[in-house]
Structure formats: structure tokens, C-alpha cells
Design a protein. Sequence first.
Length: 219
Amino acid sequence: MRGTPEDGRLWLHPDDDLAPNRPGESLHRPGESVQRGALARSIARLLGRPLPERDTASALLAAERVADELEQLELGGWYVLHSLPLPDGTELGHLLIGPGGTYTVSSRWYPAARAEVRDGDTVHGAALPLPLVRHCRRGAVQAAHVLSRAAGTEVPVTAVLVLVGAHRVVRSAAAADDVAVLSDGNVRGHFLRCGGVLGPAWAAGLHALARDRRTWRAG
């Protein structure tokens, strides 16, 4: 394995530094957050669905709650980045790099007494079945491709989904287990049990690559 991946990345122009990004960064920008007109609001009311503004507020709350838990890990040698631009134009909610490896962490507002993961891809509980696990897996694959290319060696990335508001998360026997699905409040404890994968120099180096906007453009 070659030198640590932070080589040559000791300084970043402020425009290229993603470290200051807030959780749910795009939701803070009016031009990029969910914007719908009077017709969309009327349809939502008729169908009994949440209004667009409520969707945005819930998504932001979920992102901030998960970020709070992730940032508590920083004293243990973990690095956390938020709202990273993926090559397909979507946004990666959180990236966690540290002793236990590299993880994409997605948050979803999902108030339910019980959420069940079925078939490896879908979550059942508070709403119609949603392919939330599949979306998380796709983000991890993209992040692994980008970081592996930038580091010059394979960088495994594991996907984690956090259902904010769910009281209990269960997994059916047939569900795939490659994506961890957690309720909020269990995030920090989950990662505290992970370790022995990345040394401090490699974790710092991957963080240096990941915080550089040019890394994600090149991907």
C-alpha cells in the first residue's frame, strides 16, 4: 500500500473546502430546497400528505439530529463531513471516517412505533413501502468509487441508514444485512463498537481527500 492519501492536500482554497458544510446544506438554500406552488399544496392537502415545507423541515431536523450524534465521535478519532455532492447530482448526507472504516450515513424522518426492513431494500412502517435501503446502498457505492479513485487504492465504504423518529427498527429474516438500519439515539453507540480498520494517518488522509470539492468533481 502506498503513502497515506493526504499527500499533496495540505491546503485548500475556501471554495473547495467542504468541511464547513452544514447538515442538510441544500435545505438551507431556498433556490435548491423543495419549492412547490399553490397547486402542489392543494394536491398535498387533498391526498392528506405533508406539505412541501413540512417535508423540508422534517428532512433538515433528521439531518441535524444525526449530525449531532456523529459529531460526538470526533473525540475518538473519527472525522465527519456533511452534505457532499455526489457525481450523479445528488447529495450525500453524511460521511464518517475513522477507526472503524468509512461510512455513508443517510438520515430520514420516519416517525413510527416500528419500522421493518424487508427484502434488503424496502422499509415498512409509517408510510407506503419505501426503497430507502437501496438509495443508501447506491450512495455508498458512489462514494467508494470516488474515494478509491482519489486515494489510488480500494476504499471500502459501508452504508448506514438512520430512521429518525422510529422507536424500534427490526429486520425480517429475508432482508439483506449489508446496510445497517438504526433509529436515532443508537448511532453513536453503533460506531463506538467499530474499530481496528483504519489507522490514524489513513483516516486523516481520507478525510483530507473527502473534504476537497475537486475530489467529488473528478469522480
